[in-house]
Design a protein around this ligand. Structure first.
Ligand SMILES: [Fe+2]
Length: 552
């Protein structure tokens, strides 16, 4: 059975293809269109479908649009709640309903050959839930928690999956929404809504949660699996920040306060779900599940023995979940998530053709892992482009920018290379067998950078570039069994420096999507002070450009 999943309505349009129960391709439209998040999350753009991502998924698998058995669209217009009842103060919100109803036609227009009668509407939070529970690495039953901004009429779902069937136990109706509250704070603090929420989380570490007492009566769990968030007047707590204004302690305090109160609500919701279901495993998705600080609190205090967050937890992941859901309903058990590298990949010959066309001086490396390790040990910055691109917002060793973690100045250096705010931390990748020694608390393995870990006291001075102001780091543990090349690079770096850790941040510059194609990689490499591009088996050294040497 061949099922195409589509996320389109709100933000982060994406496509995924599930064949015989296994996900074979998943990608966000932004990687193809080169427009961050694919589109702005406004009602006027709700009709836009991820045509480029969908066409690639089909091409990759050799499936013609005519051959699809079903197409999942991760929003059900029949469940749409009017803006007044939902408390959505947007006079154009009705466009979303209209465009969702017409989605089969838009998809048939954008993907020639696709039969509009094959399109099925999957409720938004069912798609989120399936993206976590049906993809989780364990078989059997589990609890599931969707923590979102908004779906058709709800902002959250708590339930249990047994034999692949979802039983919904609680769902909080709008306007109460932890995701929308966090988006409001993001906009209030001068950042981009539905995009920069992780900046609020980073800023929270610099603040004191002095508004938590004022917030708790308005933002709290209700003891029945739901919660309230309505009536928060952010302006009464802190003046709004203009995007051009420097951030102050006041802004950090607001971020810290909201972060803390949201964490408390999430902890209550997860504990309720644990007690209600008796399950020991929890799968999570929804944009709020990308909050790795909150995830760590849940891992430590919710009572669940295992917690798995699907790495494309935001709306892009509903493309995956919708396809998995229809596949399951069609009688095909779904396979566990194979890893986040579900996007485009390129053969060595294809990469070399791009390098030749660009007329850059390159050569085939004797050992790309060792050559990169040496460059990093010499304090170089490396653009690392290997294998298929990642599905979801994190660079996980396929489209990454790497640096030496032992030099404190590398944090500022990387933020400068990328054009990012200086309060933003950069994250470490660490070999799985050394992760527990350097990062003694928090879930390990942690392959998707979705939890924060305390850095061991005796390691903080050794890897200062990756230690956030609160003494934590958002780690990626690297298993040689699944990421052999990255693991060898880490081993080579440790042999030279004694450090099993490398700085890993996404290969892009501020405001741009992550690098996806070899051409994107060359553009990014050409525009910033990056010392080495390691692209497939080839290397391009910046110094060659200065020396004018032809190495091909
Ligand atoms: Fe969502």
């Amino acid at each position: 059975m061949r099922v195409l999943g589509i996320n389109a309505l709100f933000h982060d349009p994406a496509a995924a293809l599930v064949v015989d129960g296994a996900v074979v391709a998943a990608a966000e439209e932004e990687r193809f269109s080169r427009r961050k998040h694919g589109k702005r999350p406004v009602p006027f753009s709700a009709w836009e479908t991820p045509d480029l991502a969908a066409a690639w998924c089909l091409r990759h698998a050799g499936v013609r649009p005519e051959d699809l058995d079903a197409v999942a669209y991760s929003y059900d217009p029949a469940l749409h709640l009017g803006p007044e009842q939902a408390g959505v103060h947007d006079p154009w919100d009705h466009l979303r309903l209209t465009y969702a109803e017409q989605a089969p036609g838009f998809l048939a227009e954008g993907i020639p050959g696709l039969d509009p009668d094959k399109v099925r509407f999957v409720p938004h939070h069912v798609a989120h839930a399936a993206s976590a529970a049906l993809a989780a690495p364990w078989g059997g039953s589990c609890a599931v928690l969707v923590l979102d901004g908004r779906g058709e009429r709800h902002s959250h779902l708590a339930g249990v999956y047994r034999d692949g069937v979802l039983e919904v136990l609680a769902s909080q109706q709008l306007p109460h929404s932890l995701g929308l509250l966090y988006e409001d704070v993001t906009a209030h603090l001068g950042f981009l809504r539905s995009s920069d929420e992780f900046k609020v989380m980073a800023l929270a570490s610099y603040g004191t949660p002095r508004h938590a007492e004022a917030l708790r009566p308005l933002v709290h769990a209700t003891g029945d699996g739901g919660f309230v968030t309505a009536g928060v007047d952010l302006g009464a707590l802190t003046k709004p920040r203009h995007p051009d204004e420097e951030w102050t302690a006041e802004h950090a305090d607001l971020a810290a306060s909201v972060q803390l109160v949201v964490e408390e609500v999430l902890l209550d919701l997860a504990r309720w779900l644990r007690e209600t279901t008796g399950e020991t495993r929890l799968a999570m998705a929804g944009g709020v599940a990308l909050n790795c600080v909150a995830n760590s609190r849940l891992a430590a205090g919710s009572g669940f023995a295992e917690l798995w967050v699907q790495p494309a937890a935001g709306d892009a992941g509903t493309a995956l979940g919708g396809a998995l859901e229809l596949s399951w309903r069609g009688g095909e058990p779904t396979a566990p998530f194979p890893g986040a590298d579900l996007g485009r990949g390129w053969s060595d010959a294809e990469i070399e053709a791009v390098l030749r066309t660009a007329q850059v001086a390159y050569r085939r490396s004797d050992d790309v892992a060792e050559e990169v390790a040496q460059c990093l040990a010499d304090d170089g910055v490396v653009a690392w482009y290997q294998g298929r691109s990642e599905f979801g917002p994190r660079a996980l060793g396929h489209r990454s920018l790497l640096a030496h973690p032992g030099r404190a100045a590398n944090l500022e250096r990387l933020n400068d290379v990328k054009g990012r705010e200086q309060f933003r931390p950069v994250a470490p990748m660490v070999r799985l067998d050394r992760a527990r020694e350097v990062f003694p608390q928090g879930p390990v393995p942690s392959p998707y950078m979705l939890f924060v870990h305390d850095v061991a006291a005796d390691w903080r001075d050794r890897i200062p570039a990756v230690v956030h102001v609160d003494g934590t780091a958002r780690i990626q543990s690297v298993d040689p069994a699944t990421e052999p090349l990255v693991a060898r690079m880490l081993t080579g770096f440790e042999r030279r420096t004694g450090l099993p850790v490398v700085v890993n941040t996404s290969l892009n510059t501020a405001g741009r999507p992550m690098v996806d194609s070899p051409r994107d990689a060359l553009e990014c490499f050409g525009s910033g002070p990056v010392d080495l591009l390691a692209i497939g088996p080839f290397v391009v050294h910046r110094r060659w450009a200065h020396e004018g040497l032809a190495r091909s």
